[in-house]
Design a protein around this ligand. Structure first.
Ligand SMILES: *Cc1c(COP(=O)(O)O)cnc(C)c1O
Length: 472
């Protein structure tokens, strides 16, 4: 810093108003009335400290009480405004982990609101008034829907696998195919989970081919578990071979060993009806003879985040007694949402109609096209032609969320090309709209896939695009 800047900075530092002066401003006074004195004073100090920093760095800053007060109000707003807020998913990725995976069914939403708003019968036996078990709300349902003998639920599927491997194989060997040593997003790595459980990983086969004989040769007196993991988020094509659940279970049982099948997506329906490939279902895994089956609650199952563990009674009982089961305990809001979602599956037609994940997968091409045309009409009638062009084109939606990788569903995309700004700038404006809208960008166009929009969000998307179109 040279001498001149140094002198100027000192001059400016002296002009910075005192906290007490800022607090006298009328709008700061009303902020105190609304948000409390302590927060507003802290924010004022923070703003003033940042101004001093900027002056020391020689940056030009406004230091009059009015503009400082404005910054203080912004700071107060930032602290008081929720950031975990609603977002509109126009990306066409049905299970978008960044956007919270599965949207819940109305009945699940109502159940969560009800349980959140008062006391609930979470762990109490209505008949006797004695302490009950929170898992009882979903245990019979899970067994009925999947054919499992017993079931429990924890926080998420990563926790479910960690818990099951710990209970079944701590201090001993777990055999897994090299083709299934997967990483699922967010640092779920099968080898790390096995290490964390205190079990020893024994890899068999190769990345693309593993045979039953590979497993059999690896079995020793120290083997505790054969582990299968559904490669949810990638595909190997070509010269590929894996052992199916049934064959693996038969082999394991000949050696008196259990099989754990981590199926991932928790699918209860046949995905071929949506024009997708077959995704392994929970029922199939149970009837193949797997001793323990785990999955997520918030993928294809369409419920809240949870880790579902199904299986043979003695194993599930041991899992439920383990301290990790308590450490990974599922909370009451999750259970309320999961129970309501599972009850929908007792009537499969209702599940397909009311579970948003399934509805999005099942959405007829004609309905998507009508939505796309409606969006295009609304945009073209309001967006000035010199601001943006709007066109429709055929495209693809994705299942996402580590389910059915590489498989695509045909859709009709609405493509908006801003003429005075980049697509990135428009997408940024859409993200800062209330409610925030998330889109795809392709070939410098903002791309909207109507498949993942909820019916009531169509108008909000139009409003957001119009306002983004004006500001871009
Ligand atoms: C998604 C997935 C997981 C992780 O599940 P979370 O519920 O996100 O913890 C684990 N295994 C498989 C096979 C998965 O697909």
């Amino acid at each position: 810093m040279n001498m001149r800047q140094n002198r100027d900075s000192r001059a400016d530092l002296r002009q910075i108003p005192a906290v007490s002066r800022i607090l006298q401003e009328a709008e700061v006074q009303s902020a105190i009335a609304e948000h409390g004195r302590e927060l507003v004073v802290t924010c004022a100090r923070d703003v003033l400290n940042r101004l001093r920093e900027r002056i020391r760095r020689g940056e030009p800053v406004a230091v009059d009480a009015g503009s400082v007060a404005g910054q203080v109000l912004e700071e107060v707003y930032r602290w008081r405004h929720r950031t975990l807020r609603q977002a509109i998913n126009a990306t066409g990725v049905v299970l978008h982990t960044g956007l919270g995976r599965a949207v819940l069914a109305e009945s699940a939403k109502r159940a969560i609101a009800e349980v959140a708003s008062g006391h609930s019968m979470l762990e109490i036996d209505r008949e006797t008034g004695e302490r009950g078990d929170r898992i009882d709300h979903v245990r019979d349902l899970l067994c009925r829907l999947t054919g499992a003998e017993d079931a429990t639920v924890v926080n998420n599927n990563a926790g479910a696998v960690l818990l099951a491997v710990t209970v079944l194989a701590q201090g001993r060997e777990v055999i897994i195919s090299r083709g299934q040593l997967v990483e699922i997003g967010g640092a779920f790595r099968m080898p790390d989970i096995i290490a964390q459980s205190g079990a020893r990983l024994v890899e068999v086969g190769t990345t693309n081919r593993t045979r039953l004989s590979d497993y059999e040769r690896a079995i020793t007196g120290d083997t505790a578990l054969l582990l299968r993991c559904h490669p949810s988020n990638f595909r190997i094509v070509g010269f590929v071979e894996e052992v199916c659940a049934q064959e693996l279970a038969e082999l394991a049982h000949r050696y008196n060993l259990p099989v754990l099948d981590d199926v991932g997506s928790g699918c209860l329906v046949n995905t071929e009806q949506f024009g997708l490939e077959h995704e392994p279902t929970l029922q199939e895994s149970i009837s193949a003879g797997c001793d323990v089956v785990t999955c997520s609650g918030d993928k294809l199952l369409g419920g809240p985040q949870a880790g579902i563990i199904l299986g043979k009674k003695p194993i599930i009982e041991a899992i439920r007694r383990h301290p990790l089961h308590r450490a990974l305990r599922v909370d009451k809001l999750t259970l309320a949402g999961l129970e309501a979602t599972l009850r929908l599956y007792l009537n499969m037609d209702q599940a397909l109609r009311e579970i948003p994940v399934l509805r999005a997968l099942a959405m007829p091409a004609e309905q998507i096209r009508r939505r796309a045309q409606r969006l295009k009409r609304r945009l073209q009638s309001s967006l000035p032609a010199d601001r943006a062009t709007v066109r429709l084109r055929p495209g693809v939606s994705q299942v996402g969320g580590g389910s059915l990788p590489g498989q695509e569903l045909s859709t009709t995309l609405v493509c908006v090309r801003p003429l005075r700004a980049s697509a990135q700038q428009m997408a940024h404006a859409l993200r800062w709209h209330e409610p925030a809208v998330f889109v795809r960008i392709e070939q410098d166009e903002v791309v909207i896939d109507p498949r993942t929009l909820l019916e009531h969000e169509l108008e909000a998307v139009v409003t957001a695009l119009l306002s983004a179109g004006e500001s871009c």
